[in-house]
Structure formats: C-alpha cells, structure tokens
Design a protein around this ligand. Structure first.
Ligand SMILES: [Zn+2]
Ligand SMILES: [Zn+2]
Length: 250
C-alpha cells in the first residue's frame, strides 16, 4: 500500500503545503481522499493515473477539500484520452446537490460522456472494495464531515479530514498503522471544530497508533514547536507532512 499526502496545507497559500488531498494505492485500487484545489496535478506528479482513478472519498464540502471535483470531472469529459472506467464518489449528505450545483455553474461541462459516474452519500458505513475496505464515521466539524479508515492487507490507514476531538475519532483511529490527523491551529488559539497539536498527541496515544502524521497547518504555526506539544502524550513515530510526503506500508 502506498500513501501520498497530495496537499498538507489549507486554503491559505503556503510554500510546499497545498489544499487537502490524499492518494492511496491499495492493490488494484487508486483512491483519493479529498480533492482540494490543485489535487489532480499533484496526483499525477505522485504517479497516479486519472484514467485509472476509481474512487474519491470526500470528508466534507469546504472548498479546500472538494473544489477539485470540478477539475477532475472536466478532465474526464475530454475525449482524448478516453475515460471508460466507472468513477464512484463518496461523501456526507449534500454530495449530489454539490455536483448538480457545480455542473450547472459550469454549463453541464462536468457530465460524463464515456463512463459511468455514481454518487454515494454516506452516514456511517463500511464499503468493501477489491482487496480493501473503507469505513466512514461522523466527525465534529462546522460542516457535516466524515473521517475514513482504509484497511488493506492487514494494515490500517486513518484520515480524519477536518474535525474537533471526539470519541468517534479515537475509535476510528484504534491501532492505526498510519494516523493522518488535521492539525489546524495552535494550543493557544484553539478553534472549535479543529485539532491542536496537544489534542493530536492525546488522540494518537489513546488510539495506540504506530505512526502519527499531522497535516492541514494554518500559517499560525510559523515558528511554533508542534513536536514538543505532541510529545507530551504521544511517543511513537511522528511526521509533519508537506506536499508529496509519502509512505509505503507492506
Ligand atoms: Zn473544513
Ligand atoms: Zn479544511
């Protein structure tokens, strides 16, 4: 299994940290989690093939996590090279409404011509795919949001999307081999609906994850010692992600 952070930042421009996107290759499946602006081109740079991409899981519908949906669907409509594989898109309720609104805004240029496109609005569910399974749980954010756990070949990768600390996140993250948590703001400037470094450390420790990866850093972290706060409670492997930080899990 290969995991690549396509975007480790937010909507605010930053060097080497773009809006949210995560690429997982698990056996035959190429999967995107979130699709913030610029995700498609970084997916390509990371070795992904937009013609082979079969599934996109969106955590929620804030622009920095989903706007690239329009770019992806537009690219798939262009006749050469021709898209034939079906594409399935998953997310919380509101997904179909988002698609119809984007498609209307772009004068129906997002509609598929040569492939089948399906939308799946999720509550809490486990979706079984070829050789892997994805579990969705409700998170605590200012919009309806989901966190996801992907299990393949006995390995677990968890991606929080945007969320505040909650029991569902700890449960979803239990024994994760790779736990990718949003870390939006400092301990001193906590914002409801997002995590701080100290909270990320606590969640990683409670969940007994093997490797914690932090992402989604706002500029407020400039010159801030994130690691020291995380280390108060979590002592396992720790990575502060940048665009294209990647991991191999076997
Ligand atoms: Zn958000
Ligand atoms: Zn966000």
């Amino acid at each position: 299994m290969k995991v690549v952070l396509l975007g480790a930042g937010t909507a605010i421009p930053a060097r080497r940290r773009s809006p949210s996107g995560l690429y997982v290759q698990a056996g035959a499946e190429q999967i995107l989690f979130d699709a913030g602006p610029g995700t498609l081109h970084r997916f390509h740079a990371a070795g992904g093939s937009f013609l082979r991409l079969r599934r996109i899981f969106l955590t929620h519908y804030h622009v920095d996590h989903c706007l690239e949906l329009a770019t992806i669907l537009f690219a798939l409509r262009i006749p050469h090279p021709k898209r034939t594989r079906p594409l399935a898109i998953y997310g919380p309720p509101g997904l179909k409404r988002l698609y119809h609104a984007l498609n209307a805004a772009f004068h129906r240029w997002l509609e598929p011509r040569t492939y089948r496109l399906s939308f799946h609005e999720l509550g809490e569910a486990t979706i079984r795919l070829r050789g892997c399974a994805v579990t969705a749980r409700r998170m605590r954010h200012s919009a309806e949001a989901r966190g996801y756990r992907l299990q393949a070949h006995g390995r677990r990768v968890v991606y929080s999307g945007d969320t505040d600390a909650c029991a569902a996140l700890v449960e979803l993250s239990r024994d994760a081999d790779l736990l990718i948590l949003e870390c939006s703001t400092t301990d001193e400037r906590k914002i409801a609906g997002h995590l701080t470094p100290t909270e990320c450390g606590r969640i990683a420790a409670q969940a007994r994850c093997r490797h914690l990866v932090l992402t989604h850093f706002y500029p407020v972290f400039e010159g801030y010692d994130i690691r020291r706060r995380v280390r108060r409670s979590y002592h396992g492997r720790l990575t502060l992600a940048r665009d294209l930080t990647s991991f191999s899990l076997f």
